[in-house]
Write a protein that binds this ligand. Structure first.
Ligand code: A4P
Ligand code: MG
Length: 179
């Protein structure tokens, strides 16, 4: 049975982690805009935001470098509801989906949600690629080194330490956050 609004507000808030990325337009500005939109969303509070990190594209190499960041959210939304909020922000900000791992104005990935493990058709938790990606783990470790990967049984800091240092070294904070 779906939960009504009264039941939802009775649920305690939980912590979730988000990965943000952009490589078209003005990436830092778009990251800041996505964070502002998230903060304005019902039942979503942005608690912490990492620095913004420039890094080379994973996937097709003939695309601009990315700017990536991570955010800690507190929310009463379910994982599916939160994903719908993220997708609405992507659509409103003019993301046009073309190729997998191709260039984009804004990409919002739900990395971790309160220790939940899910393998649904529309939502996989933890995000299936997060533990392999320096551009996800470096910002995440900056704001939450103890964030727990429930499938791998490791913290974000432990996952980052297992990556190739040469790959991690390519992910560099940019000085200004363009808030
Ligand atoms: N989906 C399932 N689980 C999740 C989740 N945990 N969070 C589904 C978000 N979405 C999730 O995603 C495709 C579908 O995944 C969604 O409809 C959702 O239901 P998408 O974002 O629409 O498509 P995509 O991004 O092209 O594919 P994918 O596989 O999600 O790519 P990624 O993993 O997002 O990677 N290089 C650098 N340096 N930095 C980047 O940020 N990003 C990508 C995209 C490629 N290369 C990059 C970066
Ligand atoms: Mg994505």
């Amino acid at each position: 049975m779906p939960l009504g609004p009264a039941a939802i507000t009775a649920m305690p808030p939980v912590l979730a982690y988000l990965g943000l990325g952009a490589n078209l337009g003005d990436p830092p500005k778009q990251l800041a805009e996505a964070l502002a939109r998230l903060g304005a969303a019902e039942e979503v509070e942005v608690i912490k935001v990492s620095a913004f990190y420039r890094n080379p594209p994973l996937g097709p190499p003939d695309q601009p470098w990315y700017v990536n960041a991570a955010a800690q959210l507190r929310t009463r939304l379910t994982p599916e509801e939160l994903l719908r909020v993220l997708q609405a922000i992507e659509t409103d900000m003019g993301r046009v989906k073309k190729e997998r791992w191709g260039p984009r104005r804004i990409d919002l990935d739900l990395l971790l949600y309160n220790g939940v493990v899910l393998a649904g058709p529309g939502l996989v938790l933890p995000h299936p690629e997060m533990h392999r990606r320096a551009f996800v783990l470096l910002p995440l470790v900056e704001i939450a080194p103890e964030a727990w990967h429930p499938l791998l049984g490791k913290t974000a800091a432990e996952l980052l330490a297992a990556l190739d240092p040469a790959e991690v070294a390519l992910v560099r904070p940019i000085s200004q956050r363009f808030k």
